[in-house]
Design a protein around this ligand. Structure first.
Ligand code: FES
Length: 154
């Protein structure tokens, strides 16, 4: 197997990573990866970009947003690609978030159980349709549209 060159064209990166040119340009525009430009304005990526792309794709598979991934990558010095210990540290942080997301989904699933076969979508009684009713304390109806003298809010 031949050794990778120090820098790769967008075509080489696309071929080796399985990521389309369009997605690579998008990642670049989003600040997730970077490339130098040749005199002819061709992109040249450092070979470490492949590991960075593997990190991005894996993090996306876990369900992280591009912003979260960028924040994680920004913790690495000099824009370098994540090492094994970086991955270990960052993925450990994500575990907490994944646990919280799983818990929220389980709560959602439990609420759904009472809706199955119902279909009322009642603002008053459906725990799923109006689960976070922060205006309920102000009484029924459109509290924000009523003047405060009628019991609405300012
Ligand atoms: S749809 Fe009727 S309780 Fe949710």
């Amino acid at each position: 197997m031949s050794k990778l060159p120090e820098s790769l064209s967008i075509g080489q990166v696309a071929q080796r990573s399985g990521i389309s040119h369009t997605a690579l340009r998008f990642y670049e525009d989003s600040g997730l990866i970077s490339a130098e430009r040749t005199v002819g304005n061709q992109r040249k990526y450092p070979r470490g970009v492949l590991r960075r792309l593997a990190f991005i794709r894996t993090a996306q598979r876990v369900g992280l947003s591009l912003e979260q991934i960028r924040d994680a990558l920004d913790t690495l010095p000099d824009g370098r690609s994540p090492t094994k210990s970086d991955w270990s540290r960052l993925s450990n942080n994500w575990r907490t978030e994944l646990d919280a997301r799983i818990e929220a989904l389980q709560r959602l699933r439990d609420r759904l159980t009472s809706c199955i076969g119902c279909g009322c979508l009642s603002l008053r009684s459906c725990a799923l349709h109006n689960s976070d009713d922060q205006m309920a304390a102000y009484g029924p109806g459109a509290a924000r549209l009523r003047p405060s003298s009628e019991g609405g809010i300012d």
